[in-house]
Design a protein around this ligand. Sequence first.
Ligand SMILES: *Cc1c(COP(=O)(O)O)cnc(C)c1O
Length: 388
Amino acid sequence: MKKHRMATPGPTYVPQEILLAGAQELIHHRSPHMEEIMEEVNEGLPVLFGTEQKVFTMLSSGTGAMEAAVANCFQEQDKVLVVSNGYFGERFADIARVYGVEPIEIVSPWGTSVDILQVEEAYFNNPEVKGILVVYSETSTGVTNDIERIGQFFQDKDVLVVVDAISGLLSHELQMDNWGIDVVLAASHKGFMMPPGLAFVSISEKAWTRLEKIKAKTYYFSFKRFKKFYPMSPSSPGVSLIFALRASINMLMREGLKECYQRHQLIAEATQKGLESLGFELFVCDPVRRSNTVTTALAPQGLDTSRLLKILSSEYGMTVTGGQGEFKGKMIRVGHIGSVDFLDLFSVFGAIELALSEMGVSFTKGASTVAIQDIKLRGVYDVDFIST
Ligand SMILES: *Cc1c(COP(=O)(O)O)cnc(C)c1O
């Protein structure tokens, strides 16, 4: 028998409480019962986003939310700044081009966080820009961008700050209102610990002022339609996923947001130490900007990570992802977003050590277990089980 385990930054492990909620018998999506559920969910979501605004739930994966944001907030020939320091930042620029919006890319090397001075300079050189698109936690590189400072810089300017927080929400603090962020995007199969299928968007008053004047080139994803039909959704909602969402919000509230961020941070730290103990080199040098969603590391010289990942998956049922682009075969990305606890880490690293032994790599056996225990035993956090 082989168990399947995912140490991936989305999709994530889905706790039984959420799975079973989604398995309930369907109800009609325009019924008083559904309205009650939508109201409950709509009350919980803004707390997670740190906003007083509404949060709309869409039936799509995360990319749908990115596309919706571009289609609703900008018009053809608008210019927008795009922070490009990873795969998802590049995707934002690609989506902009599809809608005839001109991206001006602020490029920062993979593994680094964008420098706020670079952002300010890009704005001063292009004061006509209508927005800035930025990824909070770049899942491809394991780095976070300082969206708090970016939000504050643009707060008093006619520039919409659109944040892809798809993997950053719930693993990191995010205060949409206080940080001056105009559009926040999220998706169900990341911090929500849900199956894929739902995306979320929240929109500031500043953004609404702009949106109301724009004829968006989208019907299904029209934010105006979402607003009009609120608290219900404009088209058929994913009823089963909404049931699961209600369970997810309940679990998150039971743990507490602060506790949730703190757990993610400690698990991230333990993962970093675990990888270093086995001779991997952390890809993100600045410890403050390392993602709590995923840890990226370069393999010791000569180690083929593609082979390592293959052994992990075929022999141990453990899915860990590799590097993208030029880092394919050289990098591993260990995901730890969602309901991950310390004991999960022991299984991930146990499998990694076993695979390394099989590959004949020299390392100190048990080193990662010791490294993880050292973080755990600091005793600052003792709520490991969020589902009880
Ligand atoms: C997962 C993810 C997305 C969206 O990917 P989908 O496969 O469309 O859900 C977008 N941005 C980031 C940073 C992500 O981690």
